[in-house]
Design a protein around this ligand. Structure first.
Ligand SMILES: [Ca+2]
Ligand SMILES: [Ca+2]
Length: 106
């Protein structure tokens, strides 16, 4: 068993639609954080931990009001093999956005 800890997320710039993004995060398809309103140059602490087996999928979304579907910011897999290798970062660029998300595996 390994543990994924999502540390924080930083928005360089939001998705291409008008206004701030309403960011939420799913781990293996279940929402674990958000919505959090984020604008350009905004950072937010996440501080969510989840146990997993071999690998776990993290996906990040911007909630939009119907009928507009939520925008997909990006996704990545965290692997057990990353355990205790320090903080990792992923870049998310979905729908014209630019985010960094920081996490670690232990
Ligand atoms: Ca949007
Ligand atoms: Ca939105």
């Amino acid at each position: 068993m390994a543990t994924l800890t999502l540390n924080r997320i930083y928005c360089h710039h939001t998705t291409s639609g008008p206004g701030d993004d309403d960011v939420y995060i799913k781990v293996d398809g279940l929402r674990v954080w958000g919505e959090a309103e984020m604008g350009d140059e905004d950072g937010e602490d996440i501080d969510v931990s989840k146990n997993f087996g071999t690998k776990v999928k993290v996906s990040v979304w911007d909630a939009d009001d119907a009928p507009s579907p939520d925008d997909f910011l990006g996704a990545f897999w965290a692997h057990k093999s990353q355990a205790n290798t320090g903080e990792q970062a992923e870049v998310l660029t979905g729908d014209g956005s630019y985010y960094d998300i920081y996490y670690e595996v232990s």
